[in-house]
Design a protein around this ligand. Structure first.
Ligand SMILES: *Cc1c(COP(=O)(O)O)cnc(C)c1O
Length: 639
C-alpha cells in the first residue's frame, strides 16, 4: 500500500470536517484566512464578517468571554424566509387563504429578541404566541398590528382571560385556545362580564404520532388538548350559549423538532378532518393553527434523526399548503388562514455562544527518556520493550501487554516496591503505546473491538470558559447536539481529539457528543493551544430555548449578551450590550445580601487588625478585592 500523498490542510478541509456548509445553511462559512464568518444574505452576494473581528470589538468594549452573540440580521432573515416560503407555496398552488406566523414567546423571551420579531415581522403581520399571563403581557405590549395574531395557549385563569379580552377590545386579534373543558366556562363568564366577544380556538389532540425527542406530545396520551368527546362537548356548550360563531380557530401541536416530514404531513391531514367536521358542525373557523415542530438541522445530516430533519423549509411550506388545499377542496370547505408557531426554526440560528479555552489536559506522554534508568522494575522494562516492537501486525497484543504491565507497576507502587518517578515513567510509556496505536488504527484492515473507542479514551480535555448548565442546558438535559468548532486557525489541521469540560465542578458539565459526517461522535478535532494566544470556540444554533432554561449551577450567572447588526458594506454595530450577572447578582438570587456579606467580611478583617494579625493596609487590600469580586463577572477572567 502506498502512503497517502502529503497535502496541505486547507480551509475547505476544515469546512467539511466541521460540516459548516451542512448545518450553517448559508449563514456561516469560512474565510480564506481560516476564520469563521457570519454571512448575511443579500440579493447579489452575502456580506461576510469574521467572528474574530466581532470578538476583537467586544474585547475593546470591555466584554470578556464568554459572550452570547446575537446576530439580528439572521433573525430577520429567518422571519423573512418563513413568510416568503409560505407566500410562494400559496401563490404557486393557488391557495385561497393567507399565512400568518406567530412566534411562541417561550422559545426565547428576551426583550430584545421579541422586540425585533415584532418590529421586523410587522411587514408580514407576524404575531406572537403566549403560554402564560407573563407572556401575554409581553405580547399585548409589543403588538399593535391588528392583522397579526396573538394566540393564547396554556392554562388560563380569569385574570389571563381578562387580559386577553382587553387586548380584544383594543382591536387585537387575540385568540383563546381552549386546552381543557374547564376553561370555556371562565372565558364565557369573563366575556359576559366585560361585554367583549372572545375569539375562541380549540386545541385538538391528534392520534398522529411523531418521532424524535418530543414524541410524548403526540398521540392519545399527549398532555395537552381536548379529546374527541371533550371537543364535541365544547361545541355543544358554545352552541347552547349562542356563541358558536366565536369558534374561529383550530389548533394542534404535535411536538417540537419533528425530524420527519411524513409526520408533519400526517398531522396536517388528520387535523384537516377535524377542521372540516367542525365547520360542518356550524363553527365558522377560518384559522388553522398547526403549532410548532419545524425542525432545525443541528447536525446538518439531512436525515430523520432526532437532531436533524429530512426536509427543507420550502418542502415544509409546500407540503402543508398542498395537504390543506386538497383536503378542503375535497370537502368543499373554504381555505383557512394557515398559522404556524415556529419557535426553534425562527430563533436558533441567530445566537452563538463564544468562549475561550483556558487550559488543556492532554492524554499524551509528556516526553520519554532515551533509555531506561539502570536497575528498574521488570514490568517497566517490559513496557519499554512493548513500545519498541509495536507495529501494524501486533497492535492488539501490544495494547494488552501495556495494560498488564502498567497494572503491575501500579500494584507494586501500592506495595512500596516502586517509587513515584518510576510509576510516572510507566504511565508515560503506557500513554505512548496507546497514542501510537491510535495512529496505526486507520491502516488496519479490521479494528479490534476493544480498540474501537480509543479516540474517546484518549481524548484531550479542553477546559472552556462557560457553564453548560447556564448556557447550553439542553446539551446536559436531553443530549442535544449543537455544532461546536474553533472560530479561527481553520487553515491549520486540528490534530487533537477532544472533549470540552466547562467551569462547573460537575462531571456532567461537558460537551462530549458532536456531529460529524458519519453521524454522532464522542470527540471533536481541535488544535494545540499556542502560548500567549487565545483559542476561541463557538457553539452555534443556540438561540432557541437555551437562555431561560439555563440555571445557576455553581453560581455561574448569565453571560454578557451582545447583539450585532451587520450593514450592507461589511461594517457592524453593537446595537445592544447587556452586562452578564455579577457575583453580587447571583448571590442575591439565592437570597444573600451582598452588602451584608461585605459587612460581615469587614468585621472579620477589622477584628484581625485589632488582634494584630494583619495590618490596616492589608485589611484595605482584602476589602478591595472582596468588593471588586462582588461587582465582577462570575466567569474566569484573564488579568
Ligand atoms: C413549544 C411550542 C411551540 C414551539 O415549537 P417549536 O418546535 O420550537 O417551533 C409552538 N406551539 C406550542 C403550543 C408549543 O408548546
Amino acid at each position: 500500500m502506498n502512503a497517502p500523498e502529503y497535502r496541505e490542510w486547507t480551509v475547505a478541509d476544515s469546512a467539511s470536517l466541521y460540516g459548516v456548509n451542512d448545518w450553517g445553511v448559508g449563514y456561516f462559512g469560512l474565510s480564506n484566512k481560516g476564520e469563521m464568518a457570519v454571512l448575511v444574505p443579500r440579493k447579489e452576494q452575502p456580506v461576510s464578517i469574521s467572528l474574530l473581528d466581532i470578538i476583537a470589538g467586544l474585547e475593546q468594549r470591555g466584554h470578556a468571554m464568554p459572550v452570547l452573540l446575537r446576530i439580528e440580521n439572521l433573525l430577520d432573515d429567518r422571519i423573512r424566509s418563513l413568510n416568503q416560503c409560505f407566500a410562494e407555496a400559496i401563490k404557486n398552488q393557488h391557495y385561497r387563504g393567507e399565512y400568518r406566523g406567530v412566534f411562541p414567546i417561550k422559545v426565547n423571551q428576551q426583550c430584545h429578541v421579541v422586540e425585533e420579531i415584532a418590529k421586523f415581522g410587522g411587514q408580514y403581520h407576524h404575531g406572537l404566541e403566549a403560554g402564560s399571563k407573563a407572556e401575554l403581557i409581553i405580547a399585548m405590549s409589543h403588538l399593535r398590528d391588528r392583522e397579526a395574531c396573538i394566540i393564547c395557549n396554556g392554562y388560563k385563569d380569569a385574570e389571563f382571560v381578562e387580559l386577553g379580552l382587553h387586548a380584544r377590545k383594543l382591536g387585537l386579534k387575540c385568540f383563546f385556545v381552549i386546552e381543557t373543558p374547564s376553561e370555556l366556562g371562565i372565558i364565557l363568564e369573563q366575556s359576559r362580564r366585560l361585554g367583549v366577544e372572545p375569539l375562541i380556538g380549540v386545541r385538538v389532540k391528534l392520534a398522529a404520532k411523531v418521532e424524535g425527542h418530543w414524541f410524548e406530545d403526540s398521540g392519545d396520551r399527549s398532555l395537552f388538548g381536548l379529546s374527541i368527546t371533550q371537543l364535541v362537548d365544547v361545541v355543544d356548550k358554545l352552541r347552547d350559549e349562542g356563541m358558536l360563531h366565536c369558534l374561529q380557530l383550530m389548533h394542534y401541536h404535535i411536538g417540537s423538532q419533528i425530524p420527519n416530514i411524513r409526520n408533519i404531513r400526517d398531522g396536517v391531514q388528520e387535523a384537516c378532518r377535524y377542521y372540516v367536521d367542525l365547520v360542518k358542525e356550524g363553527a365558522p373557523l377560518g384559522y388553522l393553527d398547526l403549532g410548532g415542530g419545524l425542525a432545525v438541522d443541528y447536525t446538518g445530516a439531512q436525515t430523520n434523526e432526532t437532531h436533524s430533519k429530512n426536509y427543507s423549509l420550502e418542502e415544509y411550506c409546500v407540503d402543508i399548503v398542498e395537504t390543506i388545499s386538497e383536503a378542503m377542496d375535497s370537502y368543499e370547505v373554504p381555505h383557512p388562514t394557515i398559522i404556524t408557531e415556529s419557535g426553534r426554526a425562527t430563533v436558533a440560528y441567530s445566537s452563538v455562544l463564544l468562549f475561550n479555552i483556558l487550559d488543556v489536559s492532554y492524554f499524551k506522554s509528556n516526553g520519554l527518556p532515551d533509555a531506561l534508568p539502570d536497575e528498574c522494575a521488570e514490568s517497566l522494562t517490559n513496557l519499554w520493550a512493548t513500545l519498541q516492537v509495536l507495529g501494524e501486525d501486533n497492535v492488539q497484543e501490544c495494547c494488552n501487554d501495556a495494560v498488564h504491565y502498567r497494572e503491575e507497576m501500579r500494584r507494586m507502587f501500592r506495595q512500596g516496591q516502586v517509587q513515584l518517578r518510576e510509576l510516572a515513567l510507566a504511565e508515560n510509556l503506557y500513554l505512548e503505546v496507546l497514542q501510537r496505536t491510535r495512529l496505526l488504527l486507520p491502516r488496519l484492515r479490521r479494528i479490534p473491538p476493544e480498540l474501537q473507542n480509543l479516540d474517546e479514551a484518549l481524548a484531550d480535555i479542553y477546559y472552556g470558559n462557560f457553564s453548560l448548565f447556564q448556557s447550553l442546558p439542553d446539551a446536559w438535559a436531553i443530549d442535544q447536539i449543537f455544532p461546536v468548532m474553533p472560530i479561527h486557525r481553520l487553515d491549520e489541521e486540528p490534530l487533537n481529539k477532544a472533549v470540552i469540560a466547562d467551569l462547573t465542578c460537575d462531571s456532567d458539565g461537558k460537551l462530549d457528543l458532536f456531529a460529524n459526517a458519519d453521524g454522532e461522535t464522542r470527540t471533536l478535532p481541535l488544535h494545540d493551544l499556542k502560548e500567549g494566544e487565545e483559542y476561541y470556540l463557538g457553539v452555534f444554533l443556540v438561540g432557541a430555548y437555551q437562555e431561560t432554561l439555563g440555571d445557576l449551577h455553581n453560581l455561574f450567572g448569565d453571560t454578557h449578551v451582545v447583539s450585532v447588526r451587520i450593514d450592507g458594506d461589511g461594517g457592524f454595530e453593537f446595537v445592544e450590550e447587556i452586562q452578564g450577572d455579577t457575583i453580587g447578582d447571583v448571590l442575591s438570587y439565592v437570597e444573600y445580601n451582598p452588602k451584608e456579606l461585605y459587612e460581615q467580611f469587614r468585621v472579620s478583617a477589622e477584628a484581625a487588625v485589632k488582634s494584630g494579625s494583619i495590618s490596616v493596609k492589608e485589611r484595605q487590600n482584602m476589602l478591595r478585592t472582596f468588593g471588586n469580586s462582588l461587582n465582577g463577572y462570575t466567569y474566569f477572567e484573564r488579568d
